[in-house]
Write a protein that binds this ligand. Structure first.
Ligand code: ZN
Ligand code: ZN
Length: 269
């Protein structure tokens, strides 16, 4: 029987030049090494129906405010993947950080899927703490509230079967309700891990990315996400690693992560 998920695009829309020291909680010998982050949204294609979009990215305003480099607007990235944003019916928000949940307005006909714990967290007194709040922007959260009152938000409480071949798994730690998305493809389960690991090196070096609400939870969630990927880095797609475009078949800054990488991740990380 054919796999339910027929294609997964990792669409890069922005980047950020930084040093290795910014990517690890803890000292690293190569702290001064260039180690940029890429910013992605993902599109899950099935035999029938429009693709399911995972995360919505950010726009020019947030890029300017935070010194990130836009490569193209998210809607243009989708167009480059042959996707019309107006036809999208379902958007999974892995978490509410600004780089994953801005520009909800680009999907006027979609329902937005979020974890109970994520919405509770990003609307709680935890946001009075400036350090915890830093990766969130108020406007996307306000947009989500408006979507809620327009009956366009679907809440998930922990693990849930989203559709045949697509399962949401709670992986809290980076935020209160981060979820990863497990997709059944021709080559097995591919885990869109979002910020359960920004980089493959967060896993291989056993060093957390330095943003979390619960570090032991972050470590457990990362471990769980890797197990869901069968322990294979090639089946684990991190949230921000330039190795995704470098190792998977790609064109126009879009990597086909449903296909096997042409260079095993373990050889590059
Ligand atoms: Zn995040
Ligand atoms: Zn992120």
């Amino acid at each position: 029987m054919a796999a339910p998920v027929t294609r997964i695009d990792a669409i890069r829309y922005a980047r950020h030049d930084r040093k290795a020291a910014a990517n690890f909680a803890g000292a690293v010998d190569d702290h001064d090494l260039d180690m940029p982050l890429d910013y992605f949204i993902w599109a899950i294609h099935r035999a029938e129906g429009p693709p399911v979009i995972v995360d919505t990215g950010f726009g020019e305003d947030a890029a300017a405010a935070r010194g990130r480099t836009m490569i193209r607007p998210v809607v243009e990235g989708l167009r480059d993947a042959g996707i019309d944003h107006l036809l999208i019916e379902d958007v999974i928000l892995t978490h509410m950080h600004y780089d994953h949940a801005s520009s909800l307005g680009a999907f006027p006909n979609a329902k937005f899927h979020v974890q109970d714990a994520e919405v509770a967290g990003c609307t709680s007194r935890a946001m009075c703490d400036h350090e915890t709040r830093a990766p969130f922007d108020g406007e996307p959260i306000a947009q989500l509230m408006r979507k809620l009152f327009a009956d366009r938000v679907v809440f998930h409480d922990g693990d849930s079967e989203f559709a045949p071949g697509i399962v949401l798994r709670l992986a809290a730690g980076h935020t209160a309700g981060l979820m990863v998305v497990c997709c059944e493809t021709e080559r097995g389960t591919v885990v869109l891990a979002s910020d359960a690991a920004h980089l493959y090196a967060n896993i291989t070096r056993k060093l957390s990315f330095p943003i979390f609400v619960d570090q032991p939870g972050y470590v457990r969630a990362q471990q769980r996400a890797l197990e869901l990927a069968g322990g294979s880095l090639d089946h684990f797609i991190p949230g921000h690693d330039p190795l995704v475009l470098a190792c998977f078949p790609s064109e126009k800054d879009i990597a086909r992560v449903d296909l096997p990488p042409h260079t095993p991740i373990a050889e590059k990380v």
